[in-house]
Design a binder for this molecule. Structure first.
Ligand code: AVJ
Length: 319
């Protein structure tokens, strides 16, 4: 199997330690969302994508199903790179279209999870024997310079994950992507749109409680890796719409005052009753904002599509 590693267990452990110390000693406690995704968290996320309330995955798939052929004709990409690829399920629509168009030779999925990537590469190798599949274990905010060399590449960043970055991080990320691309190469960006809170909120607070379980999973990850003493069931799942920032914020709320040992960091973290811990932002976009932010990063928006219900958008931008 073709897997290249720029992040090993020790790098990940060090990054988790730094993030947990920074976030849990801050005046307003927070944790970055990337730590949700251990094996259990990734499974819970897959379950979320099948919930009736969680529309983004279905809406994006519908767009790709309708537009993959057009994307292949416009870009004529020879290499498809996917950032934060996870299981690479929706990406098959792009692979099929680009192969049918006759231009594609290589697929390069990049993900922080070596195990998820290894599974995906194995399955893709079996399904696409003619395609060169090379997985890169890395962090898309740090390892973009390890992508294969230029010549008709398209970088796909799907699922609305761009929304998990804070505005400054988002600007840095887009500029970084532009920087590794040659003029004329492509970015395919999936982003969730601003819409009624009656649609937005249930997508992050489903009736079956899967998102709540996903949210609490970050505490289990910290317990496991940093020998911490969180009791996840003593935290409530909270999802709110921040109207000023136009993002959904997920939080965990301590049901009572607690003192939590994080033995691996030699740290004790106190929570007041009702204290909040921010675990994720998921920004939603207006089309003009996407166009502006892409332009600021040095991209020209060539095409933009939405699903029939106008819930989600896929942008094709050129460097
Ligand atoms: C796939 C990371 C974009 O923000 O909607 C799902 C993650 N969080 N439910 C999102 C998520 C809560 C998801 N991303």
């Amino acid at each position: 199997m073709n897997l290249e590693t720029h992040l090993d267990e020790r790098d990940l452990a060090a990054a988790l330690r730094a993030d947990v110390r920074t976030g849990l000693t801050a005046a307003r406690k927070w944790l970055p969302p990337k730590w949700f995704y251990d094996a259990r968290g990734s499974e819970l996320f897959e379950e979320i994508t099948e919930l009736p309330e969680y529309y983004p995955t279905r809406a994006e798939r519908a767009i790709l199903l309708a537009r993959a052929g057009e994307i292949a004709r416009i870009t004529e990409a020879k290499t498809l790179v996917e950032l934060g690829s996870g299981s690479s399920e929706k990406t098959r629509l792009l692979l099929d279209a680009l192969l049918a168009h006759g231009t594609l030779g290589a697929f390069v999925p990049l993900d922080v999870s070596a195990s998820a990537l290894a599974d995906a590469v194995t399955r893709l190798d079996a399904a696409y024997p003619a395609l060169s599949v090379r997985g890169i274990v890395g962090d898309y905010t740090r390892h973009l310079h390890h992508l294969p060399d230029g010549g008709s590449r398209m970088i796909a960043f799907l699922g609305g994950t761009i929304g998990n970055l804070l505005p400054v991080e988002r600007a840095e990320f887009l500029a970084g992507v532009r920087d590794v691309l040659d003029a004329g190469e492509w970015l395919l960006l999936g982003a969730d749109l601003v819409k009624d809170v009656r649609t937005l909120l249930p997508a992050y607070d489903d009736a079956a409680g899967v998102t709540a379980d996903f949210n609490r999973n970050v505490l289990r990850v910290i317990n496991h890796h940093l020998d911490a003493g969180f009791e996840p069931e003593r935290f409530d799942h909270v999802a709110v719409w921040d109207d000023g920032n136009e993002w959904i914020e997920m939080r965990l709320r301590a049901q009572e005052a607690m003192r939590v040992p994080v033995r691996g960091l030699d740290l004790v973290v106190d929570f007041a009753r009702g204290e909040l811990l921010r675990t994720e932002i998921s920004a939603k976009f207006r089309p003009e904002r996407l166009r502006d932010e892409l332009a600021t990063a040095g991209f020209r928006l060539r095409q933009r599509w939405t699903d029939d219900d106008g819930l989600f958008t896929v942008c094709l931008a050129q460097a």
